[in-house]
Design a protein around this ligand. Structure first.
Ligand code: MG
Length: 237
C-alpha cells in the first residue's frame, strides 16, 4: 500500500556482503597484519552474499517498502567510508547510493524492519522496529528473507481487499477486548459485525463453506490473498 510504505534497513557486513571470505583471504595474503580489515581496499573487494543483490532489488521494487542500507563503519579505517559507498554503487546501482546510511548507532534510525546479522553492538538492540537476524535459524539466507516479506505483502493486500469490500471493520482497541479476544501480538481487523447471517464470510465461520468455496463465492478464487489469511487463521481467529 503506497500510502503506508514501510521502511526496511539492510546491514552490509555479513548480511549483504560476504565479509568473512575477504577477511580470510586477506589474513592469508597479509599474515603479518593483525587487522586486515584496516587495509585500504578491503571493503571495496568484498563479494555479495548469495541472493543479496536479487532480494535487495526485489524489495526495492515493491511499492510497500522504502529500502535503505544501514551500516556501521570500521572507525579505525577511514577508507571504509568511501569504499562502502563505492560497493553500493557497483552492486546495487547509482540510485541506491542515495539510500546509504553509515552510522555507529543504528538504534537512532526510525523504521519498521532492520535486517542485520548482529542483534547488538551497533545500536541494533535499541532499534524500535522488528529486527530480522540474518543468518539465524529463522532467516538463514536471503530466500527466507524474501519469503517473509512476500507473506507480509500478501497479508497487507488481503486486509486491503477486505476493507475495500466491506468485509472487515476496525477492531476495538480497548485492552479488555484485546486480551479477551485475541493474542497480544495480533493486531488484525475483525470481521464486520453487520454482515448478514447468510454472507459467505459468516457461513465460512460457521463451517458451512470450505476455504475454496468461500473464495469462489467472493469471486476471488484466483487470489491467494484470502486463502493466506484463512489458512493462517488470522481472519477468523
Ligand atoms: Mg553486519
Amino acid at each position: 500500500m503506497a500510502e503506508s510504505r514501510q521502511i526496511i534497513y539492510l546491514d552490509m557486513d555479513h548480511t549483504l556482503c560476504d565479509y568473512n571470505a575477504t577477511y580470510e583471504a586477506y589474513k592469508t595474503k597479509f599474515p603479518e597484519i593483525k587487522y586486515p580489515q584496516s587495509i585500504e581496499g578491503f571493503f571495496r573487494c568484498i563479494e555479495p552474499i548469495d541472493g543479496a543483490i536479487e532480494v535487495f532489488q526485489w524489495l526495492n521494487s515493491q511499492e510497500s517498502f522504502d529500502v535503505y542500507i544501514l551500516t556501521a563503519p570500521s572507525v579505525k579505517n577511514p577508507h571504509c567510508y568511501s569504499e562502502k559507498r563505492l560497493w553500493v554503487e557497483e552492486y546495487l546501482g547509482t540510485e541506491a547510493v542515495n539510500c546509504l546510511i553509515i552510522t555507529p548507532n543504528k538504534g537512532l534510525n526510525k523504521g519498521h524492519y532492520l535486517i542485520d546479522d548482529q542483534i547488538n553492538g551497533a545500536g541494533q538492540e535499541n532499534f524500535e522496529g522488528k529486527l530480522i537476524q540474518f543468518g539465524s535459524s529463522n532467516f538463514p539466507n536471503w530466500q527466507s528473507v524474501k519469503d517473509y516479506f512476500l507473506k507480509t505483502i500478501e497479508k497487507d493486500e488481503a486486509i486491503k481487499f477486505m476493507f475495500e469490500n466491506g468485509l472487515l471493520s476496525i477492531p476495538s482497541r480497548s485492552p479488555l477486548s484485546v486480551n479477551a479476544r485475541r493474542s497480544p501480538k495480533s493486531d488484525l481487523p475483525d470481521v464486520h459485525p453487520e454482515l448478514p447471517p447468510d454472507h459467505p464470510i459468516v457461513r465460512h465461520r460457521n463451517g458451512e463453506l470450505s476455504d475454496a468455496e468461500l473464495c469462489r463465492e467472493l469471486g476471488i478464487e484466483e487470489s491467494k490473498l484470502l486463502r493466506y489469511l484463512v489458512e493462517r487463521g488470522e481472519l477468523f481467529g
